[in-house]
Design a protein around this ligand. Structure first.
Ligand SMILES: Cc1cc2nc3c(=O)[nH]c(=O)nc-3n(C[C@H](O)[C@H](O)[C@H](O)COP(=O)(O)OP(=O)(O)OC[C@H]3O[C@@H](n4cnc5c(N)ncnc54)[C@H](O)[C@@H]3O)c2cc1C
Length: 405
């Protein structure tokens, strides 16, 4: 039986989902991550997961890890709530989870939507594959040769494998070499993210904000305040014990996002880039200073160390030349603005779809190049559909620059 050795560049949610999929099939893999540890950079807070990510996790995780995933995920009602700037409810928009009918078992009953803590999810996906990850390894280039690929790292080392997967995020080094024509663009939207303790927010925001997927209030400038809660059914440090995983403790929180075009912020972009967390909280408050005072009252409860700036970029849909032994997944090829809360979902679906294709190749049921090509055909179609939808929603809700195509 043919065997495969897979080099995964990037230990984000997509790369780790692929790793878990290969682990479950007994396929050899190594992961190379440029960060020195999983805790090197702030990775953000709440993530909305829909059928794509939930099914992916269920497919690749061991039953014990799946139990930890379930125990740390808030089930939300399938709605996005729209508010006025005074935080009164205008309407609730239904969000289906009617995704990937061809790849996932049909779901009965209410659509499934989870709000999870990103760091907790990443820790769960890291469990059982930590010994295959090398941290502090920044890929600088690769070389393809007959029947394989060599990855070269900044520290002068190299690694050889049969397949190389660029799971290295929206500024992907692998993409630059594999698809130099593939471009990303600035969406023209920035946002200040922070964390508010649920206890402090609950008397200020409507009840829907703590139970629905996401809530957004916006004004006539398309400046918005987005909010999404993470309420752990079981505290992470307790839930981790189910599978002997040490999870960092977190209290329930509400993520707050004040965003819009940079001209509506009281400081220019260079100043925002160097502002401290507590300064960013003040800038967020000033940005919505003309709103009725509820929103400001809520933001003032924000953890002053938790605020950070995000400049939103999106991929521009494109095609790829037929693969030989290098492919891409997640934000590395179809990064998107977070308007739909779907980027991680699609990255995890890629991890499963590529894992399935590599299993077929490892069993000798398909030639490797055909397996990679069938993965890329599917991934480019569903991935760029979501990029386009996120860009359209971004145009309507936050004056995002339109995609050129
Ligand atoms: C503020 C914000 C909120 C979001 N909210 C949601 C949400 O609610 N729901 C949702 O589904 N999505 C959301 N997203 C999108 C989601 O975060 C991304 O789509 C997802 O993280 C993509 O996963 P990935 O594995 O492809 O890339 P990443 O998570 O970016 O991981 C890439 C990894 O590659 C590593 N790397 C980069 N370059 C190299 C190199 N040269 N060598 C080695 N390693 C390298 C990086 O350090 C990183 O660990 C949000 C995004 C943002 C910014």
């Amino acid at each position: 039986m043919p065997t495969l050795n897979v080099l995964i560049i990037g230990a984000g949610l997509g790369g780790l989902t692929l790793a878990q999929s290969l682990r479950s099939a007994g396929i050899e893999f190594q992961i190379f991550e440029r960060d020195k540890s999983p805790w090197d950079r702030p990775q953000g807070y709440r993530l909305h997961l829909d059928g794509d990510a939930i099914n992916s996790a269920r497919e690749v995780l061991t039953p014990e890890l799946c139990a930890v995933f379930n125990a740390t995920s808030q089930r939300t009602a399938p709605y996005t709530t729209i508010l006025k700037p005074d935080l009164s409810v205008v309407k609730r928009l239904f969000t289906d989870d009617d995704l990937g009918k061809d790849v996932w078992p049909p779901h009965e009953g209410e659509p499934e939507h989870f709000n999870v803590d990103r760091a907790t999810l990443r820790q769960i996906l890291l469990a059982g594959v930590e010994d295959r990850i090398q941290f502090g390894k920044r890929l600088v280039r690769y070389e393809e040769h007959a029947g394989g690929v060599v990855a070269y790292f900044e520290d002068g080392t190299k690694a050889e494998g049969d397949v190389l997967v660029g799971a290295d995020g929206i500024r992907s080094t692998v993409r630059e070499q594999r698809a130099p024509h593939a471009e990303t663009m600035n969406s023209g939207v920035i946002a200040i993210y922070g964390r508010i303790p649920v206890q402090a927010a609950k008397d200020i925001v409507p009840a829907e904000t703590l139970g629905d997927i996401f809530t957004v209030a916006m004004d006539e400038r398309k400046v918005f305040l987005g909010m999404g809660s993470v309420q752990f059914p079981v505290p992470p440090d307790q839930a981790g014990k189910i599978a002997n995983v040490e999870l960092k403790q977190r209290d329930d929180y509400l993520v707050s996002i004040v965003g819009g075009r940079p001209e509506f912020f009281p400081k220019d972009l260079p100043a925002l880039r160097i502002a401290s967390s507590s300064q960013l909280r003040e800038i967020a408050l000033e940005t919505i200073a003309q709103w009725p005072e509820h929103a400001a009252r809520m933001l003032r409860h924000g953890d002053p160390t938790s605020f950070f700036l995000v400049e939103m970029y999106t991929s521009i849909p494109c095609s790829l030349d037929a693969p030989v032994n290098v492919t891409l997944l997640g934000d590395a090829i179809h990064g998107m603005t977070p308007t739909l809360g779907r980027g991680a979902n699609v990255a995890m679906r890629d991890g499963v779809t590529l894992g399935r294709a590599l299993k077929r190749a490892a069993m000798g049921a398909t030639a490797l190049q055909d397996a990679l090509a069938s993965y890329e055909n599917a991934m480019l179609s569903y991935g760029f559909d979501v990029v386009r939808e996120a860009a359209l929603t971004g145009q309507q809700r936050m004056a995002q620059n339109p995609l050129p195509i």
